[in-house]
Design a binder for this molecule. Structure first.
Ligand SMILES: [Cu+2]
Length: 259
């Protein structure tokens, strides 16, 4: 299924929006578009459902209405907190006039970064982001520490991640190997999630770099799921793999060091 947009921008990072001004991002397609993120009636509070509106405009401020379907959706919204312990991936509805809306909630107060990921028709994959403040008591902040072993147990599955390289600016293949934790047998009946074997998001530890990833064989069904990416520079990165099995989506996070 269509994921053309992500192919074009696969190795590039695109950030921008509210707190822009990071020199390295200046030449990304993000410069051609703007996103503004606004909560209904004044702001978001921890553990309260709130409607979020994302307004996409071009440089001149004109609403953008022509989006390409990418990974089955017009817009993907990724939400993380400061220490990347919270990860939420949701799909706002297009309301016309450049507007997308979604109702969501946040598990604690504090700073959250919102990433709107979309492909304007005829354009390249674009990610616009902004930090927002959520009122309420903040959770404990944890350090973002690279995993000593890239093996995690999630929802009765054991997922092992292998990286073909952990050097910056190289083509990297991510291989997720997904086993049933009880039987230790490979799971070979993964279901498509967003039109592919899985969906992967990578962020730098400071949430400044949003790294595009695309499946190598999107029709794969496990136990192995492979993705291609590239890390722009040295540092710590968090990787979230999302897969669907027996009707349920599970998310597996890993932290890796690139140097
Ligand atoms: Cu999505």
């Amino acid at each position: 299924m269509a994921h053309e947009g992500h192919d074009q921008g696969s190795a590039a990072e695109h950030t921008g929006g509210g707190h822009g001004g990071h020199g390295a991002d200046r030449q990304t397609p993000s410069d051609n578009f703007k996103a503004s993120f606004a909560f209904a009636s004044g702001g978001a509070k921890a553990n309260e459902n709130k409607e979020l509106t994302i307004q996409i405009t071009d440089k001149a401020g004109k609403p953008v209405n022509d989006f390409q379907v990418s990974h089955e959706k017009l817009l993907h919204l990724i939400i993380v907190n400061r220490d990347l312990s919270v990860f939420n991936h949701i799909h706002p509805d297009f309301k016309g006039n450049g507007k997308f809306t979604v109702t969501t909630s946040f598990p604690a107060g504090g700073d959250y970064k919102l990433f709107a990921d979309f492909v304007p028709n005829g354009g390249a994959s674009t990610t616009l982001s902004e930090w927002v403040k959520v009122e309420g008591k903040e959770g404990e902040h944890a350090a973002i520490t690279p995993d000593s072993k890239l093996v995690k147990d999630v929802d009765g599955k054991t997922i092992e991640l292998a990286l073909s390289s952990t050097k910056p600016k190289e083509d990297v293949t991510l291989t997720f190997d997904i086993l049933d934790t009880q039987t230790k047998k490979g799971i070979n009946n993964l279901e498509p999630y967003l039109g592919a074997v899985g969906h992967v998001v990578i962020l730098s530890a400071d949430a400044e770099q949003y790294i595009h990833v695309h499946p190598i064989d999107e029709k794969a069904t496990g136990p192995k799921a492979q993705f291609a990416t590239s890390f722009p520079k040295s540092g710590t990165y968090k990787i979230w793999g999302q897969f669907q099995h027996q009707g349920k989506v599970f998310t597996v996070p890993f932290v890796v060091e690139v140097k």
